[in-house]
Structures are given as C-alpha cells and as structure tokens.
Design a protein around this ligand. Structure first.
Ligand code: FEO
Length: 397
C-alpha cells in the first residue's frame, strides 16, 4: 500500500469506500473516500478518523508512516459518523495527549460516545496551536454542515483541511485534482453541494467572505471526501460561490410522477411550451431519476415545473418523497409552476404549489393546471401555454 505524502511531512491516511451506494438518501454511484491526514512534527498530529468499518484501513496507512502510538494530538474537524465512527478505537490505540475539537464538537463527541474522560482541548475560531516546526489555526464553520464542523489550516504548508466542504463522493485511487477527469469530479461536487450543503448557502457565502478576510494563503484544500485540490482551487471556490449565491443556468426542469401516463402527457406538453421559448429543458420522471440527481439539476436550473397525479387525496409516493427531500434542501430563487391529472378530488397540484410557496419560488401567472383523467388536446395546449409562461419568465428574469 503506497503512502501518500501530500506535502513534506503531511500524509493522506484515509480510506476508500468503493462500494457505498447510498448516503442517507443520496445515491453515491461512484463510492466515496473518508479522508484523514497525518502531520509528522514534534507533536505528531492526526486530523480526523474514518467510518468505523474502515478503521483498520486507516491504521494500516498510518503504520506505513509511523507507529500509531507516537501520535500526540488528534484533531476532530467534524463528528458525523463517517469521520468519527473509528474514533473510539483510535482513542484506545493512540491514547493521544489531547483531542482538539470545537466547543460544539466536544458536546457532539460526548453525545455520540459518552466519554467525558477523553482529553478534550476545545478550540475556537482564531485559536492556533504549535506542532513544533509548524502551526495550525482553527476556524469554526458552524452548520457547514453540522454545528460542530470546523476547518484546520496548516500555516506553513498553506493547507486548508476543510472537513466536508469542497469535497465530493468520489472513490478514486488518485488523490489530487490534476490526476482525475475534472469535469466528472465537478459533477460530483455539484451533486454533493446540492444534496448536503444547499440549505446552508447563506452560511457558505459568509464563509467565503470570512476566508477572504482572513487573507489565508491557501495552496491546497484537503477535504474529508474525494480529491484534494492543489491545482484548480479557484474552480471549486468559484463553483461554491456560484452555487451558494443562486447563480444557475437559464434552463428549466419538468419533474413529474405519473400514474396512467396522463400527467406524463401533460409534462411533455409543458416541455414543448418551454422549448418554444428557447429555454433548454429536461424532462425528469421520478420513476426513472434518483431524487439526489434531480436535486443536482435543480441547483443548476432557474425554472422548476412539478407535476403529479393525485392518489388517495395526495401525491404519488415518489413525488411525496421527493417533495419532502427537496424542501429540506431549501432550493431558492427559482421560477415555478405545477400541473397534474386526477380522477376525483385532485389535491396533488395544490400540494405541489404549496411546496413551491413554502420555498418562496416565484410562481408564474396562472401557475397551476389540473385536468380530470386523460387530457384533451385543449388541456395539452393549456399545458404548453403554461410551459411558455415559465420560459418567458426565465428569459425575462
Ligand atoms: Fe462527511 Fe458530514 O460528514
């Protein structure tokens, strides 16, 4: 197993999860990595652990470099189990002199592992720490994406250990951005942002401003998932700026769930209307598209049109689950409309409209169409006109 020295005396000692395909509802079709880092200095320092089943892999990587018992400090940037699952066994193995974490990190570690006796050293934004020849500085990043989250900045090598931020679920034997197919990785970065960080976009904006105001000279960004940025740092920083500020393409999505194809016919008609306005449009059937991929498209599209048949006075199950998922991720600054077929009562369209209202989407005029059973040509023409209104709103925004 080759060691990976990412800078002089700084090593990647994480684990590669080639098999994981679901991350609490987010489809991780390329697996992921749980990154962790070892700084060999007078105080040997480990930054982060890995998911519990990967503990042995992490220890094997550490042993390639140093006897784990020689580790003095353990820094926990984030307590979620994919980074702390191995913590109890690591504490037992290395018995560190100190365990550094944020104030909320200490609370979360105790709530997870019930070990108030561990040698906690709580650090706050601006605190720094000498490792001997090097110093690290801490930056709390509360709610990015957990209350405990923080960054650690290694001053001499100018490496920002950024926890979940700037990462992506992408298993790879390569470690750096200049070794991989970057457009493919960026697609996974967008998916990661859309499905994890999207609700915290205002905080991402503030964080980017804070990092700029601290004038940190950053030569490398080392996240806890995926590849390490050493070449195209601006690519990922600019993408985060765009995603968190709501910049997206003048394109539209028609997202639907259909029972006996009537809502599907309406979806196709809405799409035709959108295309007539020149707005690129994607048709996304929730029976065929995973919710987390749909969220990635929502991140990047200005217009969102939702359609569902009504079943048992509500939404079809795939749409109901999607609406719950989407509302939690809080997409913002979208132009919207809704449609659907029904048999008796027709509540689905109202529920979709309510979801858009809750998210403060801008609804176009006459933003909802519902039609009983199979749509007539007249109903399909009305759907096309709805698509046209959405397209015109996108073109004029
Ligand atoms: Fe990768 Fe929030 O854990």
């Amino acid at each position: 197993m080759a060691t990976c020295e990412i800078a002089k005396g700084v090593y990647w000692v994480g684990a590669i999860d080639w098999d994981v395909r679901s991350f609490h509802g987010y489809s991780t079709n390329r697996g992921t990595t749980y990154n962790a880092y070892l700084i060999v200095d007078e105080k040997v320092t480990l930054i982060d652990c890995v998911k519990a089943p990967f503990f042995d892999e992490q220890v094997r990587r550490i042993k390639e470099i140093i006897d784990p018992a020689k580790i003095d400090y353990l820094i926990v940037n984030h307590v979620e189990m994919d980074h702390s699952g191995g913590l109890p066994r690591m504490m037992e193995l290395i018995k560190p002199e100190k365990l550094f974490c944020s104030p909320m990190g200490q609370k979360a570690i105790i709530d997870h592992f019930h070990r108030e006796d561990w040698p906690f050293a709580v650090v706050k934004t601006g605190d720094d720490l000498s490792l001997g020849q090097r110093r690290v500085q801490f930056l709390e990043t509360r709610m990015l994406h957990w209350p405990d989250s923080m960054f650690t900045y290694l001053q001499d090598e100018k490496i920002l250990f950024s926890s979940d931020a700037f990462g992506e679920h992408y298993a790879s034997s390569e470690r750096f951005d200049d070794q991989v197919n970057l457009p493919v990785v960026m697609e996974h970065c967008a998916k990661y942002y859309a499905n994890i960080l999207y609700p915290y976009s205002p905080l991402v904006q503030k964080l980017l401003q804070t990092v700029a105001s601290l004038k940190l000279d950053i030569k490398m960004i080392a996240p806890d998932h995926g590849i390490i940025w050493r070449d195209k740092l601006n690519t990922i920083i600019e993408a985060y700026d765009a995603w968190s500020s709501g910049k997206c393409a003048d394109k539209a999505l028609v997202i639907f769930n259909t029972m006996w194809h009537s809502t599907e016919k309406m979806a196709q008609a809405v799409m035709r209307g959108l295309e007539d306005t020149g707005v690129p449009t994607e048709l996304l059937n929730l029976d065929a598209c995973h919710r987390s991929d749909v969220m990635t498209e929502i991140l990047r599209a200005k217009g969102v049109v939702l359609g569902s048949s009504t079943i048992n006075n509500g939404l079809l199950p795939e749409m109901a689950g999607f609406i719950s998922y989407m509302k939690g991720l809080k997409p913002f600054d979208k132009i919207g409309a809704t449609f659907g077929s029904f048999g008796w009562s027709g509540e689905a369209v109202g529920l979709l409209t309510q979801a858009m209202t809750d998210l403060h989407f801008t609804l176009v005029d006459d933003s909802s169409i519902k039609h009983k059973y199979v749509p007539t040509q007249q109903a399909l023409d009305q759907c096309a006109a709805l698509g046209k209104r959405v397209g015109e709103a996108i073109n004029n925004h």
